[in-house]
Design a protein around this ligand. Structure first.
Ligand code: HEM
Length: 372
């Protein structure tokens, strides 16, 4: 699906689910895979039965999302703004004239922020960068992985999950203010939440934040290098922030597609989507639908068009959208405060592999710096 109207209505359509255990392709893979299921089928550990709630349907989805949603309301996010700004200041302090923005800002920032929210000790945070690349790869639901890739992914899922099981255990009797302690208390107060579900939820939060947010910063830098006037305008007029960020998200969304599984037969434009069919919704294409956006391939912050679909719609609407938006504003503000312009230091952009997410793997920049 690539039209805006179709993507928007199917994202809101309760006949479309996310649990791929209901899909025809799952049945087929289980038939073929026998003893060794592809790594996305489990979290890589024995006796494991918790799922990432992004890949569940109600009522499981409602219960699990409900337990963490308090931590992501706009009001809660406001209380984090100061610590996010401090993280940006720390990462951007003493910038040279030539640096890789992925290494310097885009990759370390989300895990530092999530680390603060979840209470992950600073010395443990670096390992999440590689884990989340491997785990995010799983969300492509690719069934034809080379054995060594599948193995690396399985190991990353197992290591990351084990880490959170142990972290949750170490919070046993604490009354800490971090999100893991809150989930541990919810479990102990009888919210029908298991330790495995706490760990799976933490894996999901880190992975959902890490790759998407780093893509957003990388894609922003690419657009600013091609549209220096937009960067200058943002530096001169911070009230242009909302419109600029919306336009970056529309034109270069960090997630290009999301998947759904038909839970019933659905008719669309005279064609039937059968129960169990997998449907790919190309939100990146919908964001450039010329029926909705004038000159859709043009970067233009003066648009009065419909909202982009980059954070999805419906019950799986990105839980982290208010956090991601606040973090992106802090990061872009940090860049405009320090820099006059940025240009790409290499002509060819090396993008991360995979189909669902899109952003650079590395992005060396040359920058003009403001006088202190
Ligand atoms: C620019 C950054 C981000 C983008 C573009 C983005 C995009 C998305 C999209 C498209 C989905 C929906 C998937 C679907 O409909 O199937 C989603 C779901 C989700 N996102 Fe984000 N995301 C971003 C950042 C974050 C952050 C910072 C977090 C926070 C930890 C987060 C947490 C989640 C979670 C938990 C879900 C699953 C929601 C559910 O299934 O109910 N995301 N995100």
């Amino acid at each position: 699906m690539s039209r805006y109207e179709d993507c928007e209505s199917l994202l809101r359509d309760r006949r479309m689910g996310k649990d791929f255990a209901n899909s025809k392709f799952f049945e087929q893979i289980m038939g073929e895979a026998g003893e060794e299921p592809p790594p996305f089928l489990g979290l890589g550990l024995d006796d494991w039965d918790a799922k990432l709630f992004m890949l569940t349907d109600p009522p499981e989805h409602t219960r699990l999302r409900g337990l963490v949603s308090q931590a992501f309301t706009p009001a809660t996010i406001t209380t984090l703004r100061e610590s996010v700004t401090a993280i940006v200041e720390d990462l951007l302090g003493g910038l040279p004239e030539h640096f890789d923005i992925m290494e310097r800002l885009a990759s370390p920032m989300p895990i530092r922020v999530l680390g603060t929210m979840l209470g992950i000790p600073a010395e443990d945070q670096a390992q999440f960068t590689q884990w989340s690349i491997e785990i995010a790869g799983l969300l492509d639901l690719d069934v034809q992985l080379a054995p060594e890739v599948a193995q690396a992914r399985r190991e990353a899922v197992a290591a990351c999950t084990t880490y959170f099981v142990e972290l949750a255990a170490s919070r046993g009797d604490s009354d800490g203010g971090d999100l893991i302690s809150t989930l541990v208390r919810a479990r102990d107060e009888g919210s029908a939440l298991t330790t495995q579900e706490i760990a799976a939820t933490c894996v999901l939060l880190v992975v959902a934040a890490q790759e998407t947010f780093s893509n957003l910063i990388g894609n922003s830098a690419i657009l600013f290098s091609r549209h220096p006037e937009a960067f200058t305008r943002l530096a001169d007029d911070p009230t242009a922030m909302d419109a600029t960020l919306d336009e970056i998200l529309r034109l270069e969304p960090p997630a290009h597609q999301v998947g759904r599984i038909a839970l019933e037969d659905v008719e669309l434009h005279g064609r039937r989507i059968e129960r169990g069919d997998a449907v790919i919704l190309l939100v990146a294409a919908a964001n450039r639908d010329e029926r909705v956006f004038n000159a859709p391939d043009t970067f233009c912050i003066e648009r009065e068009a419909r909202p982009n679909l980059s954070f999805s719609r419906g019950i799986h609407y990105c839980l982290g959208a208010p956090l991601a938006t606040m973090m992106a504003k802090a990061a872009l503000l940090g860049l405009t405060k320090r820099l006059t312009a940025m240009t790409l230091a290499e002509e060819t952009i090396a993008y991360k592999p995979g189909m669902g997410l899109r952003g650079p793997a590395k992005l060396p920049l040359r920058v003009g710096k403001r006088a202190d």
